[in-house]
Design a binder for this molecule. Structure first.
Ligand SMILES: [Zn+2]
Ligand SMILES: [Zn+2]
Length: 173
């Protein structure tokens, strides 16, 4: 079945507290193991507890997935772990436009329009090993309230477009 048509998390997970999520991510990072995370919004396709926020940490080398649950957007833990995953300049302002394909610009325009209209939206950067991602590629998956999810697949990490999306997500541009 198409994962994007099937609500809920398509993998088994352990439940932990916020401190446990950060500790597990930094420990895996320190050991050089593959890991990544997702913030699952209250209305996210993949959220195992719709209505609140789920922070999903995938320890793909260790074959484990951890979830912590939050009533509000877990911005602090998100901003703490984002630079470990995508580099110290993950949220830095970069020159606009360069290196983006037309489809990337269209995706950014759709997100900017949703943000201006006050529509809820969020995104997922899915690594090739991601348990939510059947493509084997780097996948950007964007959910905007009232629209079908938008998917873009890449052969390498789409750092530039991800940077633009993260800055919109955190209200930095
Ligand atoms: Zn989602
Ligand atoms: Zn994942």
């Amino acid at each position: 079945m198409c994962q994007s048509c099937q609500p809920g998390l398509p993998l088994s997970f352990e439940t932990v507290e916020e401190a446990g999520i950060v500790a597990a991510a930094t420990a895996a990072h320190g050991r050089g193991e593959a890991w990544h995370f997702h913030v699952l919004a209250p209305n996210c396709t993949f959220n195992p507890r719709p209505g609140g926020y789920t922070f999903l940490l995938e320890l793909t080398d260790a074959g484990r997935a951890l979830c912590a649950f939050y009533p509000d957007k877990p911005t602090a833990v998100n901003k703490q772990l984002l630079p470990l995953l995508h580099g110290a300049d993950a949220l830095a302002a970069k020159p606009p436009g360069a290196g983006l394909e037309a489809e990337d610009e269209a995706l950014l325009a759709a997100i900017e329009a949703a943000a201006r209209a006050g529509s809820a939206w969020h995104h997922h950067m899915m690594f090739p090993a991601c348990g939510l991602n059947p493509s084997g590629k780097w996948r950007l998956f964007v959910e905007i309230d009232g629209k079908a999810p938008a998917t873009r697949d890449y052969d390498s990490e789409p750092s530039l477009v991800l940077n633009r999306i993260e800055r919109l997500y955190f209200g930095l541009s």
